[in-house]
Ligand binder design. Structure first.
Ligand code: UDP
Length: 239
């Protein structure tokens, strides 16, 4: 299946064409990168866990009215998604201050935000995904005003749905990154992935980090943390 040449290869995924021009095959890789790919490693089993976690969360979001590109999981490391033109704006939603927010503004690490903070970054490896404001995206044609307003609204809805879900699993959804795109009919919807690579998850009781920060900060047992997220989702959904 993955013997053909990918249409695109990113840091964590490979994208292949399928017989259906409206659908793509996504392969989740075992590679792990941080700090704009300055730090790299391979972790056997990471791709499988992220494929399963992402599939489960996309399905849950669709069941809760959030349309997205995910169509079905094919096997351990592959899923079929709708073919999308990705909008080059990454959206970060934060419930608790940590990571780049703390570095940039010297606000208190772990501060509970009074309302969810929605930030935009320009998707550019060359520039290191710089933080932008709404008007940058509109002025430079990366998204329309209407699309961005809709995206913000969907992001807040996703935050509400996923924070509630993870809370039931004993996990705090600290922050996460989302990407959006337009399908072949021009419909705006959620794309990319939702996994411990793109979210910060803290255990409610111990505040242990259960996400890519274990890799970024050399905390050890990265795979164990990803597996913990998947195990709690499996128990909750009986899968
Ligand atoms: N994030 C991501 N891809 C990026 C940048 C950030 O998935 O290119 C996620 C990251 O995992 C975290 C959230 O977005 O859950 C906020 O990340 P932050 O801005 O704090 O950046 P970082 O600390 O990763 O530099």
């Amino acid at each position: 299946m993955s013997q053909q040449t990918p249409l695109y290869e990113g840091k964590a995924k490979r994208i292949f064409a399928t017989d259906n021009p409206d659908q793509l095959l996504v392969e989740y890789k075992n590679s792990l990168t941080a700090f704009n790919a300055l730090k790299k490693d391979t972790l056997e089993g990471k791709g499988e866990l992220n494929n399963k976690i992402s599939s489960c969360l996309f399905k849950y979001l669709a069941d809760n009215g959030v349309e997205n590109h995910w169509l079905r999981q094919v096997d351990d490391i592959h899923q079929i998604v709708r073919s999308m033109t990705i909008i080059p704006v990454e959206v970060i939603v934060r419930n608790i201050a940590t990571g780049s927010l703390v570095k940039r503004l010297a606000v208190q690490e772990g501060l509970e935000l009074a309302f969810p903070l929605v930030e935009y970054c320009y998707k550019s490896d060359e520039l290191g995904d710089p933080l932008i404001i709404h008007d940058h995206a509109v002025l430079f044609g990366w998204a329309t005003d209407e699309q961005l307003k809709k995206i913000k609204q969907i992001c807040l809805e996703i935050n509400r749905i996923l924070s509630e879900l993870f809370s039931k699993l004993g996990i705090i959804l600290v922050d996460f990154k989302l990407e959006f795109g337009l399908d072949s009919q021009g419909r705006l919807m959620l794309a990319d992935e939702i996994s411990p690579d793109t979210c910060r998850f803290w255990d409610k009781e111990t505040r242990a980090k259960l996400d890519k920060d274990r890799f970024r900060q050399d905390l050890g047992d990265v795979l164990g943390a990803y597996r913990e997220i998947w195990t709690r989702l499996q128990k909750h959904f009986n899968i």
